[in-house]
Design a binder for this molecule. Structure first.
Ligand code: FES
Length: 220
C-alpha cells in the first residue's frame, strides 16, 4: 500500500483541525515505509531529539552512542568537560567508531585502520598516510552534530541550520525546571533492559528489539 502523504490535499482530507473530530489516522500511516521515511526526513532529522541525561556522561572522556533518526550518533564529554556530538562514522572508510558507552582516555580510535581522533573530533593520527600526496591531516575532522543541554538533559539536532533548542521549544527548560527543580542534578540510578518481539505483518518476519529504560534519581 502506498500513501499519498506528500500530497497536501490528501493530508487535508485525512485530517481535521477540529480536535472534536479526532478519530484515527489511516492504518497505513503506522506501517507504510514511505511514511516512515518522510517522518524521518521531515521531522526527526530536523528536530531536537532527547539523547541522554548529563549524569550519564559525567567525566571527561565519557561517551554514549545512540541512534537518532536512523543515524548512529556519539556524544562525548571532552577533556574540557564540554559535551560534543558527532556522527559515529570514521572519515576514512566510514567504519563505525564507537559502540555502547564508556570512557575514552583522550582519543577516539577507529577499529578498522586505526585512524585516531581527539575528543573534539580532530584527526590526530592516520597510519601510513604520511606518504599520501596532498593528504592534509589537519583538515580532517569528524562531522559534528548540534548538541544542547537543557535542565541537565542532552539534546541533539541533525539539521545544521535549525533554530536553537530554546527557539524550537520556547519555555521548555523553564517549565521543566519549574516542575522538577532538581532535574540538572538527577543521577542515573539504574538501567533496565526490556526486550520485545514482534512479527512483521504479512511477511511473517520476526524481529526483536532491546530497549533501555534509564531511571533517574537524586541519589538522596
Ligand atoms: S575506516 Fe576508520 S580508519 Fe579506516
Amino acid at each position: 500500500m502506498s500513501l499519498r502523504l506528500i500530497d497536501k490535499e490528501s493530508i487535508a482530507s485525512d485530517f481535521s483541525d477540529d480536535p472534536a473530530k479526532s478519530f484515527t489516522p489511516n492504518a497505513g500511516y503506522f506501517f507504510d515505509s514511505a511514511v516512515y521515511e518522510a517522518e524521518q526526513a521531515k521531522i526527526f532529522q530536523r528536530s531536537w531529539m532527547y539523547f541522554c541525561h548529563q549524569s550519564q556522561i559525567p567525566r571527561p572522556g565519557d561517551y554514549r552512542v545512540g541512534e537518532v533518526a536512523g543515524q548512529s550518533i556519539c556524544v562525548v564529554r571532552g577533556q574540557d568537560s564540554q559535551i560534543r556530538a558527532f556522527f559515529n562514522v570514521c572519515r576514512h572508510r566510514a567504519h563505525q567508531l564507537l559502540r555502547g558507552s564508556g570512557n575514552l582516555k583522550s582519543t577516539i580510535r577507529c577499529p578498522y585502520h586505526s585512524w585516531t581522533y581527539d575528543l573534539e573530533g580532530r584527526l590526530r593520527h592516520a597510519p601510513h598516510c604520511e606518504t599520501v600526496r596532498d593528504f592534509e591531516k589537519n583538515s580532517v575532522v569528524l562531522s559534528s552534530v548540534r548538541v544542547e543541554v537543557a535542565a541537565g538533559f542532552v539534546f541533539v539536532n541533525l539539521a545544521p541550520r535549525s533554530g536553537a533548542l530554546a527557539e524550537c521549544l520556547p519555555g521548555f527548560e523553564e517549565k521543566l525546571l519549574e516542575m522538577v527543580p532538581e532535574a540538572p542534578q538527577l543521577k542515573s540510578a539504574s538501567t533496565q533492559g526490556l526486550r520485545y518481539k514482534g512479527e512483521l505483518e504479512g511477511g511473517g518476519r520476526e524481529f526483536s528489539r532491546e530497549l533501555s529504560l534509564v531511571l533517574l534519581g537524586t541519589g538522596a
